[in-house]
Ligand binder design. Sequence first.
Ligand code: BG6
Length: 481
Amino acid sequence: MTYLNFPKNFLWGGATAANQLEGAYQEDGKGLSVADVLPQGKDRFAIVNRPDFNWTIDKSKYRYPNHQGIDHYHRFKEDIKLFSEMGFKCYRFSIAWSRIFPEGDEKTPNASGLKFYDEVIATCLKYDIEPVVTISHYEMPLHLVTKYGGWKNKRLIEFYKHFAETVLTRYFKQVKYWMTFNEINSAWAFPVMSQGLVANNGGNDRQTIFQAWHNQFVASAWAVKIGHALDPKLQVGCMLLYATTYGYDANPVNQLATLQQNQAFNFFCGDVQVRGEYPAYTDALMADNGFKFTDLDFSAEELTLLKNHPVDYIGFSYYMSAVVETVEKEHAEVGGNLISGIKNPFLKASEWGWQIDPIGRRIALNQLYERYRKPLFIVENGLGAVDKPDADGKIKDDYRIDYLKQHIEQMGAAIHDGVDLMGYTPWGCIDLVSASSGQMSKRYGFIYVDLDDAGQGSLNRYKKQSFNWYQRVIASNGTDL
Ligand code: BG6
């Protein structure tokens, strides 16, 4: 049975992040960000976790594709026009913190940075596209890491608060939907992008990561508070990386391990941000990681702030599911969206090993909605694949259409189950630089960008086969798949 009954005001759109598409990494006063020092390659996280890593750019050894991105900084008008041609109702993008506060600790924002987002937002509105803004997406000013040590330092709360207040105040009349931190829970695996932590400044130490999370939770609650003071109707959400997690078999030991992995990875950050308090399993989780809650630096006022300012909705990414096995570890491991696990014999995987699981999405939606009873927003999903133009220059990405179609069907099924789903913004609606590998060849878009991994190409934009397909999907409100 297929259920495709999407609400009339369903937010169909697409998603990007500043550091992965804008480029212009030092233009108009922009400062360096953590993303700017991430070298290209599947080993980019291994490189930054070497003991001698010192946050510098070394062009003699590495390429840094984020510096150029897809040159969206100079082409955003053309790109947003293409989004509007597809019929986007919304467009999720992030504001580069280092464009607004180049070092992060300034009092006065960089006017040219603000001017850029004034224009991006105005362009969206010109086409009746609702902007959905991520305040911080894997891109913090580098200076906040080199001078303050990243998110483990409580001073970051005041710097983020100032940044959030600046952009919320400037844009609250035009932007209704916000998210505070992209994939906040991803720090379990790679804290460099969201917390500015690597092996040599605390990134290997769980207590440090939890301290950084606590500071981010407080900062996020400030953003909610400031947003609601400006306009109580503003929707400020969290953003989680969600990977539906299965136990390998009926062995209760594996099932218990699955429950614990869900608590730790999928739910811990959301529990605090949505419910406004640390969950019941906090002490157990921290004990398992070798420390106590009271070892963290927190205050009663901060806990009250968390309680009083939970998020309005749950934004999350869903690309794949994971399998947990703690007994008889005889089955092969596979990689994935910043997490790894056991290979699921029932699923196929992308070329990058991410296990494709549309039904897992229906399960994810039900799990999150049963737990939180707040609106959900799938703000990332998609298939990273190598697209090759054929002899006529056409990109026939039927594999992407097939992936998205199956995932949209499961979204419809979850709505049938009673889930309140606000919208859907597939990731990288225009090809952009991969977060985990810095590759251009890992493409998600409906729009092809002529640029290769070596930085060669015209940067021209071309519509893929999926462009017209998604246009039909939106025009039919999800019924014509
Ligand atoms: C999510 C991130 O993890 O997945 C995005 O929020 C990222 O920034 C996306 O790009 C896809 O991952 P990747 O590694 O294929 O770019």
